[in-house]
Design a protein around this ligand. Structure first.
Ligand code: SF4
Length: 325
């Protein structure tokens, strides 16, 4: 059985507003991440994907719930993460331009985590910087260059190299290719896949691009307005989507082969805009856009049920789904 590396239990993040209301950015997410896998966390803009990432790396505190890493609850109030824990959980952000210091050359940016997380001498750090650049497929003389003198894809590869500097076990990839030209996206993705195999890394891959997950993710989790709708192994997810929101998303993605076209759900037109998380709909938050909405959907929050092995769905269409109020 695969080794569990990270577990989120009923994780919530509410941002209070001056008028007493709150934005429920993440509202009770439970997820497991296993060693060596890529879990694709997919949803539309504003659904809470990045908020989950920021809680996992410690940039935001959780309002409620647990983040269990190696038996420790990182979300416990007052819990202070050790340097080792910080090094083992890394993040690569969407925009490599703003995540690299424009006044530092690449070598200095890569040296910083080595100073923090290792006891290497200056010479050893230099060697390690060259090794990190080679690992992401960049020439070693890049260490002398400034971020503005290299391309977007190369900057993102430097960000990946920097994340590797603390010898992480787990990396959150927060839309790592969405700010890049299509021409360089493939290089970044193939480098990430190669590194994962080489270093036995686990990835939480955050994206709004569901089609990208078909060839990258081991499992896919769909998020809508801060709650999970469906979690399944990738092949099953694309063959047998159960949740109406997942079916809507899948019906609108482009496919590359005839076989993919055959299993793609018939086109489902979205019914309206995503509601605001300040005034999220009662019951199932998707009910204002769902063509299959029933009376119970407006009143009762469905809960997650396992309808096939490792395939979880949160919808009243499926038996035993939810009596939470
Ligand atoms: Fe649609 Fe009801 Fe299922 Fe929500 S619970 S997705 S409204 S059928």
């Amino acid at each position: 059985m695969a080794e569990l590396i990270l577990e989120l239990k009923n994780l919530k993040k509410y941002f209070p507003l001056p008028n007493g209301q709150s934005v429920k950015a993440v509202d009770g997410v439970s997820l497991q991440l296993f060693k060596g896998e890529t879990l694709g966390l997919v949803g539309e803009s504003g659904c809470g994907k990045s908020t989950i990432a920021y809680m996992v790396v410690g940039m935001y505190g959780a309002t409620e719930g647990e983040i269990i890493y190696k038996g420790e609850n990182l979300a416990r109030k007052g819990y202070k993460r050790s340097l080792k824990q910080k090094g083992e959980i890394q993040i690569v952000f969407q925009d490599p331009g703003s995540s690299l210091n424009s006044r530092r050359n690449i070598g200095k940016s890569l040296e910083l985590p080595l100073k923090l997380h290792s006891k290497l001498s200056k010479k050893e750090r230099q060697n390690r910087i060259e090794e990190l650049l080679e690992m992401v497929g960049l020439p070693v003389d890049f260490s002398k260059k400034m971020p503005r003198h290299i391309g977007g894809g190369e900057r993102q590869l430097v960000s990946v190299a920097r994340a590797l500097g603390s010898s992480p076990q787990f990396i959150i990839l927060d839309e790592p290719t969405s700010a890049l030209d299509v021409s360089v996206q493939a290089k970044v993705i193939s480098t990430l896949i190669k590194l994962q195999k080489q270093l036995d890394l686990s990835y939480l891959f955050i994206t709004h691009d569901l089609s990208l997950m078909r060839n990258v993710a081991t499992r896919v989790a769909i998020l809508y307005l801060g709650r999970l709708c469906e979690v399944a192994p990738t092949s099953e997810f694309f063959h047998s989507p159960f949740h109406p929101y997942t079916q809507m998303l899948l019906s609108s993605i482009p496919v590359a082969t005839d076989e993919e076209e055959k299993i793609k759900p018939a086109k489902i037109i979205s019914e309206g805009e995503i509601p605001s998380p300040v005034n999220a709909p009662s019951g199932c938050t998707f009910h204002t856009r769902c063509r299959e909405c029933m009376e119970i959907c407006r009143q009762v929050i469905p809960s997650m049920v396992e309808i096939e092995p490792n395939h979880f769905v949160c919808c009243h269409k499926y038996p035993d789904s939810g009596t939470e109020s």
